[in-house]
Design a protein. Sequence first.
Length: 245
Amino acid sequence: MILHLAPDTPLVFRALAGTALVTHITGASLGIVTGFTALLAAKGRRLHRVAGHVFFGAMLAMSAVAAVVAPMLGDSVSAVMGAFTFYLTATAWVVVRRRPGTAGRFEMAAGVYALGVATVAFAIGQVGSHMPRGLIGGQPHQIAYILAGIALLAAVSDVRVVRLGGLIGPPRIARHLWRMCLALFIVTGSAAAQPKVTQFLPHSIRGSSLTILPALAVLALMVFWLIRIRVPRRRRAAPQVLLAT
């Protein structure tokens, strides 16, 4: 996110813009670092919990700023993406904070929120499809369609949780995991697309497909953990008894 202010912009607006920019950049940076830390750390241990707490706060701050400020910059895709990232972070957090096997008004409200995001994203995609080169706010309109599809699936997931009265065991952990990972994927991918970020990379890497490797790593780790929590742990092999001959 880049803010351009006119020279005669009042001081108060400059201060607000500066605060928003610092909050967005700091939140994104902390979110990426703590998100990867939580993914790689031993689950349930102190490092995992602390990283998760910081990730939660950083991502909420970053995504809230994006959702509010991006429309003022004419970037509707980033605005909806920020709103969806806020949703993913909040719902992933509530999964592990709520007692297993329970669901309530939060999940119902979350489903309505996700459906709203899907509707707005689809509308943005429709508008962008009629724009020159299919770009809206400088971004491909197809991103809005993809976002709409994922948000719709998330809304369906919320409805399912409410109907079941909550989740327990692996499904509960899986809900937390994929939502946290998807939020991390969005912020990591967005950072890789920012020239202000890639300028610190070696010239041989800038503009190449290598810049998206961290985001792809998030998806790979998500798949790994989703499979691992679903596959039962192997039973320890019974000790062999040596018979005297």
